[in-house]
Design a protein around this ligand. Structure first.
Ligand SMILES: *[C@@H]1O[C@H](CO)[C@@H](O)[C@H](O)[C@H]1NC(C)=O
Ligand SMILES: *[C@@H]1O[C@H](CO)[C@@H](O)[C@H](O)[C@H]1NC(C)=O
Ligand SMILES: *[C@@H]1O[C@H](CO)[C@@H](O)[C@H](O)[C@H]1NC(C)=O
Length: 685
């Protein structure tokens, strides 16, 4: 019956979709018709494109692209413009035919979520190269067919393109799809030697302990349970250590390509995001239950959410993942910058920095703990907050998952049994009359502890995952893959948190690392959570009515952190995950030889940044083609970063704000009020 209802609903949805399509086609037609008669008809059309459940609303049709304000919010980071990706082998690193000599097969089983899978794959490729071994395409445990996913995919192929992976690395490592038959058989009988490897195992561990076993048995199995298996920063005395890092980059940024269907849908989403013709922000809240539990941030939530986080934390303490007490002062943790920034806080930062209420914000990440409720303040501040679900249709997603077997959902988990506690005997015999009423009849306790609430209240263990949940976890990987692509391509990226449930760099960190590699100059905000908490405390009582001085300090902070945050990542994130900060190994510098060079006596701010990131390698000559083109509008941007004339109080208001002409010459010392007034009067529409 339920299924029928669903089908009816489904077909009804399809009809609604069809009618919607027809209607929007009609409205397009009308707009074009109007456009022939009115001058600004085209603009009108641009701002009213309907995309699925999202209908973008913009304050004004024409979006200024030439103002300093535009460049402050959306333009490239000038200091990083000369940084370019270069992960090719350098110097005398032998690019030989790796298949000519092999010490044996390495078979890998990887556990963990999206970012852990990525880290692990890069690591095992580097290890295979280190040992001159043949790598069998790794098995990703969370997408093996036992997890309820479609049988169309083998585990690796659920997420990534196998052929691309093998082809892209053909010169580096010998990769095969499966073990030879005899070894496969041995593996099934558990006769091949197996190593469970630590998160940051040293390369010498492999050379000294694994290699001899590999040579002897010509196969080893590596189990990678922690999201990585090789030190992020390799010992400098290791031969070719930098080349191994560049190999990791080639794996992560070139060989690991999502499977065709995922890429196609991601491209569609990107296209829909860009349809209104405006730049957009990708925001990853980074609020997963694991991360919140690990960092002791339970009290930032309420009621059952707090309980759920604490439950996880006690589980983590039991397993030794967390060292520390169960009860943590979350307010203190937050002030010290150990907790994620809440969506509301990120929203305030963005508004304070100058992004107007009609900015497009794409919320990414497979899990936002606390659900839509925590996003409400963000929706209140920004009109165009979208996510994966508002830019795809259910059938597009279903096609992505492939043909999945129907799962007959059994009745929900029964809560743990309860003991009846009726005190009839006591009642009969206790004391003289009048007696209290007899106890009420036993009410099944499951009345208030159904489902997940039941196990939080009754059991110390997490419930076993159902096949449905395992399947959802696999789907989550695909969602994260789509969001990864969007985050990579976004004009601006900001994340609320950069750590996962083990205190290590999370998906957002990997996105930031990839952006640093691929397009370093794209704006990637890395606010200092400690500073931000302090700033927000200052206006605690009137969050939405900040004054001019405060706004200015936020802007200064955001601007400063574009670079400071990057330099901080090189000392704090890189030692934990190479992919979160693949610089300087995988980047090169492209600068005009006529400019003040890198070693000039008075270093420019640009070269200071390069020095801090320790990038010294010059890009190969073939990259220099468009250099002259690029340096053209440099002068205009010279003082852009220092331009702080634009600001507006009461930034929560919808209109009458952000009309900044960006003249750049208003006196910073002027009264805040006067400044606001000027902006109101001299604003451009
Ligand atoms: C791997 O092959 C290279 C090049 O032939 C050789 O220099 C290196 O010693 C080999 N390493 C191992 C661990 O066999
Ligand atoms: C602006 O607000 C901050 C924080 O509330 C306060 O400390 C400061 O005195 C205010 N400045 C002015 C000029 O009102
Ligand atoms: C650099 O200077 C040389 C002459 O000193 C000139 O020919 C060349 O065009 C200059 N290159 C650029 C990119 O300005």
């Amino acid at each position: 019956m339920k299924g029928q209802g669903k089908m009816v609903l489904n077909s009804r949805l399809k009809w609604v979709g069809l009618v919607g399509l027809v209607l929007s086609a009609f409205s397009l037609f009308v707009h074009f018709l109007l456009a022939r008669f009115t001058e600004d008809g085209v603009i009108e059309y641009q701002s009213s494109i309907t995309v699925f459940s999202w209908r973008p609303i913009f304050e004004s049709a024409n979006f200024p692209r030439t103002s300093p304000m535009y460049r402050r919010l959306w333009g490239p980071i000038r200091h990083l413009e000369s940084l370019h990706p270069d992960a090719n082998p350098r110097g005398n690193y032998a690019v030989t035919d790796p298949s000519s000599q092999t010490n044996g097969f390495i078979f890998v089983r990887i556990r963990g979520g999206f970012h852990e899978i990525r880290n692990s794959i890069c690591d095992v490729v580097a290890v295979s190269r280190l040992l001159n071994a043949t790598l069998v395409i790794p098995e990703i445990q969370s997408t093996t067919s036992s997890k309820g996913i479609s049988s169309d995919f083998k585990s690796f192929a659920y997420l990534y393109d196998e052929d691309q992976f093998m082809a892209a690395l053909a010169k580096d490592v010998n990769i095969v799809k499966t073990l030879p038959k005899n070894l496969k058989w041995a593996r099934r009988k558990k006769e091949i030697p197996s190593f469970k490897v630590r998160y940051s195992a040293s390369p010498y561990y492999y050379l000294n302990q694994v290699l001899s076993v590999l040579k002897k048995h010509s196969v080893v199995e590596l189990v990678v349970p922690e999201g990585g298996c090789l030190q992020a920063i390799l010992p400098p005395e290791l031969e070719h250590n930098e080349e191994l890092q560049r190999l990791r980059c080639r794996v992560a940024f070139h060989a690991l390509q999502f499977r065709q269907e995922v890429l196609e849908l991601a491209t569609k989403v990107l296209f829909r995001l860009r349809a209104p013709g405006r730049p957009f922000i990708a925001y990853d809240p980074g609020m997963t239950r694991d991360a919140l539990a690990y960092h002791g941030c339970a009290e930032l939530f309420q009621d059952v959410h707090t309980e759920l986080i604490q439950h996880k934390r006690s589980w983590m303490i039991k397993r030794g993942i967390v060292e520390g007490k169960l009860q943590v002062n979350s307010a203190k943790q937050r002030l010290s910058g150990s907790c994620p920034l809440m969506p509301e806080e990120v929203g305030i930062l963005l508004r304070a920095h100058g992004y107007s209420w009609d900015t497009i914000i794409y919320v990414s990440g497979g899990e936002v703990f606390g659900g839509q409720r925590t996003l409400i303040p963000l929706h209140a501040m920004f009109e165009n907050v979208v996510d994966r679900t508002s830019l795809t249709t259910p059938w597009e997603l279903n096609r992505l998952y492939g043909h999945e077997a129907n799962i007959i959902t059994s009745s929900p988990r029964t809560p743990p049994p309860i003991e009846k506690e009726m005190k009839h005997e006591a009642w009969k015999t206790s004391g003289p009359r009048p007696r209290p009423l007899p106890p009420p009849p036993a009410r099944p306790k499951s009345y208030n502890i159904e489902g997940w609430w039941g196990w939080v209240a009754e059991s110390d263990n997490e419930p076993e995952s159902t096949v449905m949940e395992l399947r959802t976890n696999a789907h989550k990987l695909l969602w994260e893959a789509i969001d990864y692509v969007i985050g990579l391509e976004a004009d601006v990226f900001i994340s609320g948190f950069d750590r996962d449930g083990n205190g290590r760099p999370n998906v957002a960190s990997l996105v930031m690392g990839h952006r640093l590699y691929q397009s370093a100059a794209l704006k990637t905000y890395r606010p200092d959570r400690k500073e931000v908490s302090k700033l927000l405390e200052e206006i605690h009582d009137h969050l939405y009515h900040a004054n001019h001085t405060w706004l200015k300090s936020v802007r200064k902070h955001m601007r400063k952190r574009l670079l400071d945050g990057l330099i901080e990542a090189s000392t704090k994130s890189k030692p934990l995950s190479f992919l979160s900060h693949p610089v300087p190994e995988c980047s090169c510098l492209r600068y005009d030889s006529n400019e003040t060079s890198f070693h000039a006596s008075s270093p420019s701010p640009q070269s200071q940044v390069q020095a801090a990131l320790r990038v010294a390698h010059r890009c190969p000559a073939w990259m220099d083609n468009d250099l002259i083109l690029r340096s053209k509008d440099k002068d205009n941007e010279e003082d852009l970063d220092e331009d702080d004339s634009t600001s507006s109080g009461l930034f929560f208001r919808r209109s009458g704000e952000n009309h900044e002409s960006g003249g750049g010459d208003s006196n910073n010392k002027e009264e805040a009020q006067l400044d606001d007034l000027e902006e109101l009067e001299g604003g451009e529409r």
